[in-house]
Design a protein around this ligand. Sequence first.
Ligand code: I3P
Length: 128
Amino acid sequence: WILTVLTCFQELEKAGLLNKTKIAEGGRKLRKNWCSSWVVLVGNSLVFYKDPKSQSPSSWKPGSSRPESSVDLRGAQLHWANELSSKKNVFKLRTVTGNEFLLQSETDSLIREWYNTIKNVIDRLDRE
Ligand code: I3P
């Protein structure tokens, strides 16, 4: 089981807080609703959790730590998209199913790291 645990840790590539909004669902445009999200890149998926800071301690339950949503990165497209927002440091992630997300951070280095890490996963999956 130690091997299993090690494998799990290897697959966890990155985690952190980003601003997120979904802008399309199945190709249909949605109204923006920016919120802070705890983003975890694990294996082939980007998983979104509610920002722990936005939850009061009294409302926290073990069950509430389940993901809000997750995105399969296989076949996904990633583009810088500063033209799609008044915010800086924005990129767009589009899934094969036509769901589109904008992700943003005020910190240049942080958003670049996220972009590069997600891009590497997408490129790796494209080569498989
Ligand atoms: C939206 C909100 C978003 C903004 C969006 C507005 O208004 O202000 O923050 O996106 O701009 O429409 P509302 O709250 O009334 O829905 P950015 O912060 O990314 O610019 P947009 O419509 O030009 O995308």
